[in-house]
Design a protein around this ligand. Sequence first.
Ligand SMILES: Cc1cc2nc3c(=O)[nH]c(=O)nc-3n(C[C@H](O)[C@H](O)[C@H](O)COP(=O)(O)OP(=O)(O)OC[C@H]3O[C@@H](n4cnc5c(N)ncnc54)[C@H](O)[C@@H]3O)c2cc1C
Length: 403
Amino acid sequence: MAARAVDGPERDYGVVLDEQTRAFAAEVRAFLASALDADMRARTGGEAGRVERGREWQRRLNAAGLAAISWPTEYGGRSATAVQQLVFNTEIAAARAPEPVNRNAINQLGPTIIQWGSPDQRERYLPRILSGEDVWCQGFSEPDAGSDLASLRTRGVIDGDTMVITGQKIWTSKAQYANWIYLLVRTDPDAPKTRGISYVLADMASPGIEVRPIRQITGRAEFNEVFLTDVRVPLTQVVGPLHGGWRVARSTLSYERVGQSRTHRIERRLRSLVSLAARSGTPQAPLGDAAIEDRLVRFAAQVEALRQIAADATAAGIRGVSPGPEASIAKLLTSEVDQSMATFALELAGPAGTLERGSPGAADDGDVALAYLLMRAATLGAGTSEIQRNIIGEKLLGLPRDV
Ligand SMILES: Cc1cc2nc3c(=O)[nH]c(=O)nc-3n(C[C@H](O)[C@H](O)[C@H](O)COP(=O)(O)OP(=O)(O)OC[C@H]3O[C@@H](n4cnc5c(N)ncnc54)[C@H](O)[C@@H]3O)c2cc1C
């Protein structure tokens, strides 16, 4: 039976809370009540405004010790349990808090450095990830290396105690705002595909790095091409063994899948869908009609299941091992449910759903149209749905390997 939090406003998390978790829930609610002010709720300033808000929000979360609750306490986290993670996600979703600027580094790079980094690397990079002083982007994909990432061709040549990197990355989210990048580089071209790769951290201010934004279907330019020409990086910035970066990268990719499965976005989308449906409702049929109600109930059930799966998967990170193939289930289902909900919102809103922000009569001030367009990418980024299905088939169901 679901227990209700006793401190602060009541909320049903769908699980029984122990004393410590109740106190944690109250702490998170108190933090949100004071930190989430009008500035943080604003939607002005376009992409640059969002990034600035993300920086400030990250700073406030960190000041409250809430920037990375799933990280171990010794590295500035809270060693949060799955239930604490669930509580945190639920409160953040309900409050409609902005996205912290370093979400990807908190979800992916930090846990990777905790798992694979040297003590010096942990000391140098982790606190600045938490505070948002360093903003990171991920330089893995290349024009001919996406799903088949191990085909990457960016070269790293060792020259004394530095590596000289030349090549091209693509789809690098937030590279135009980041001051650091984590890269995969081929350092031993003679070794088998997955053996000669190194995982390297580079300062974006290094001579030889050029960023060119790519404009998307939404009109925004959230990702970029990154060109690297003779970029010199000290070997102390290699994470894990030299030439042995593939295993390190696999850890990052599994943390990334978990990160993509965090459910505050689908929780928020469910709320928006219900309020959209309610606007066409009548006292006899508050949500429009039975077919709409049926879709909403199904989405609600999926969101509830995913909330539990995602919280479990996130909390697994604190055990210091990267999540297993289960992370693919969480990523696959979350992105597909998210995409279906955005499509259903467009159906519900009708023509007003196609209007963009600022147009008179746009549904949810253009959010319906924006979400529909944004969600085209949900089943591609962090590994496509087909690739997640391959992983699930091979690793969990024992099916023959994809060739
Ligand atoms: C919004 C977004 C943000 C991103 N951000 C970053 C980032 O910050 N950093 C970064 O490095 N990358 C980023 N990416 C890149 C992302 O990781 C790749 O797009 C993804 O891995 C797919 O690679 P690809 O685009 O080259 O497609 P391809 O690998 O060329 O795939 C094309 C199609 O073929 C299918 N396919 C390929 N191989 C198989 C197979 N073996 N079995 C079945 N089907 C297959 C795919 O599922 C897909 O439908 C981002 C992508 C998106 C959409």
